[in-house]
Design a protein around this ligand. Structure first.
Ligand code: MD3
Ligand code: FE
Length: 216
């Protein structure tokens, strides 16, 4: 990203930079929420949220589903992207238009043009659910950014470096916040602290997070 672009975003209220190529766009998803909620219900009706098992045999506290041509999955055999939902035996539901529009507009606002994700992982956190520090590296193309949307209860996000042992900073993510990261920040370790119960007026005692990726 060039210096003019950096200065432009640095001057924008409500946009917080976490790294050279990582931004939090505060409240960016709020105008989309009334359209997003019924679309989540549509996705869930085809491919319900489920707790997957990691290769080491640990059952994830976060429940997940996917939409789009590809979906992220894990079991004892490993992490991978699949075209078929292993639970339903059918394709993952198509990515709702409003999802794709939000992802593309957020990427553009953060300086990544023409983002065209083929995968959307939807995570659901109930109180106590957490995501330990990890890197997202199952995608084929690290050039494309990842866009994440937070809805519902606040989460404390951990943002680290390129090594697991690098120091982390903590950032609160609120209902409607969108994070976009790519470039030199694409492979940073990150995670989510155990969710505290602070019920949200619209979603109650849960947090939903979508991450849009170019996986294939
Ligand atoms: C910054 N999800 O699904 S999204 C994941 O809130 C995942 O559910 C978290 O990590 C969640 O893989 C965090 C925000 C996020 C995700 C990945 C990043 C920020 C990131 C990778 C590098 C830097
Ligand atoms: Fe991740």
């Amino acid at each position: 990203m060039n210096i003019e672009t950096l200065e432009f975003f640095g001057a924008m209220a409500g946009h917080q930079r976490l790294g050279p190529d990582a931004m939090v766009l505060r409240g960016f998803a709020l105008p989309f929420v009334s359209e997003l909620m019924p679309s989540i219900a549509d996705v869930e009706a085809v491919s319900p949220f489920r707790h997957m098992v990691t290769p080491s045999g640990f059952t994830m506290s976060v429940a997940l589903t996917n939409c789009g041509a590809l979906g992220w999955a894990t079991d004892r055999r490993g992490y991978r992207y699949t075209a078929i939902d292993p639970e339903s035996g059918k394709r993952w539901p198509a990515m709702p238009d409003v999802f794709a529009r939000l992802a593309n507009e957020a990427a553009t606002a953060a300086g990544f043009n023409d983002f065209d994700p083929d995968a959307c992982l939807v995570n659901r956190y109930l109180p106590g659910a957490r995501l330990s520090l990890h890197q997202d590296k199952n995608e084929r193309d690290y050039e494309a950014p990842i866009v994440s949307v937070s809805l519902g209860m606040r989460a404390t996000f951990m943002f680290g470096g390129l090594k697991r042992t690098d120091p982390t900073i903590k950032v609160s993510l609120y209902h409607g916040d969108v994070m976009v990261w790519g470039g030199v920040d694409r492979l940073r370790f990150h995670g989510v602290m155990p969710l505290k119960e602070e019920p949200h007026p619209l979603l109650g005692s849960q947090r939903i997070n979508f991450t849009f990726r170019k996986a294939g």
